[in-house]
Ligand binder design. Structure first.
Ligand code: AN7
Length: 314
């Protein structure tokens, strides 16, 4: 598992954002902007704060996890909630940026991809100079998977490896335009009008980088999966309980995908499989707590505590 929740703002977005904001500074820009399901906003706000740039983030009102909003808020971003989806926000971000003279730092910005590809170099290094057989990755806009592919291809071009991993893009069933196009063998995606999933980070119906992502998956001989929310939550729970690693629901898509492919016999036991876990679980406590947590409240006595736990274990 490649735990990208360990990055400074708790998601993989930092890799591209440090490069993108550095470029904004180099260009002499004073204002940056993004549309976001949350993590891009939290990351951009942090690097913009460090660079003393003004930061505007456009988010779907009510569609962003509290942890991510709190980050962007404390990091001083101007947050505008839109009555609409992330896709609506993406539709207006470029025109809004023009009017505000702001530099756009969504993953349509190539410097973002340049930063994000370093994750592929790190995976290679951490596997002792090898590429994995499979790389599983959650897919929203598709920038991350496309960036991994670019990184691995560059390693090959440099002669560091002859092999390339097979890439698996995993989407949530209710927001799976890329997976659908691949599974149905179509050239073009069909945007999803009303994307729905508990994994708010990847609640994206019209992914900006779909062409690059489809090319990466097909070019690598890989696969696409779409998985229902309960499987994402099951993987999230299992990762926390068996490994002590708490990720947000979107992140767990990679692990859920690996579980699915292992069960089907597609992954073999001698193969190396890397699951990219893209964001930290503390970002989205509501999703983690939904429906499931019952916390017993008792008097502060040993007796009451043992009684709540169902009696003494000794
Ligand atoms: C945890 O923050 O799109 O396929 O605006 O936060 O590169 O889009 C977040 C995406 C996966 C999908 N996992 O990555 C945003 C945003 C997490 C994420 C993705 C996101 P891409």
């Amino acid at each position: 598992m490649k735990n990208e929740g360990q990055n400074p703002t708790g998601s993989f977005k930092d890799r591209g954002m440090t490069v993108g904001v550095t470029e904004a500074v180099a260009l002499g820009r004073e204002r940056v902007i993004c549309a976001s399901t949350g993590n891009t906003a939290a990351s951009l706000a942090a690097y913009a704060a460090r660079a003393h740039l003004e930061c505007v983030v456009l988010v779907p009102a009510g569609g962003v996890a509290q942890g991510k909003l709190a980050q962007a808020y404390f990091e001083g971003a101007r947050i505008v909630g839109l009555r609409g989806s992330f896709d609506d926000a993406m539709n207006v971000v470029v025109d809004t940026a023009d009017r505000l003279d702001a530099y756009v730092l969504n993953s349509i910005n190539p410097y973002r991809i340049e930063g994000q590809k370093t994750a592929a170099f790190e995976v290679f290094e951490q596997l002792g100079g090898n590429v994995p057989d499979w790389l599983m990755c959650p897919v929203g806009n598709g920038g991350n998977l496309a960036a991994y592919w670019k990184g691995f291809q560059e390693l090959k071009a440099l002669g560091a490896t002859e092999r390339l991993p097979r890439l698996v893009g995993v989407q949530a069933e209710g927001a799976a335009p890329i997976a659908d196009a691949i599974l149905e063998g179509r050239e073009e995606i069909r945007p999803v009008e009303k994307p729905e999933t508990v994994a708010s980070a990847i609640r994206i119906g019209n992914p900006a980088n779909w062409r690059k992502t489809v090319r990466a998956i097909r070019g690598s001989g890989g696969l696409a999966l779409k998985l229902p929310d309960p499987l994402l939550v099951e993987a999230q729970t299992q990762l926390a309980r068996e490994e002590g690693i708490f990720v947000e629901p979107a992140s767990a898509a990679s692990v859920a995908g690996a579980m699915r492919l292992a069960r089907e016999g597609t992954l073999r036991s001698e193969e190396t499989v890397v699951c990219v876990c893209t964001g930290h679980g503390l970002k989205d406590p509501e999703a983690a707590l939904r429906e499931r947590v019952e916390v017993a409240v008792v008097e502060p006595t040993v007796k009451a505590i043992l009684s709540a736990l169902g009696g003494s274990r000794r």
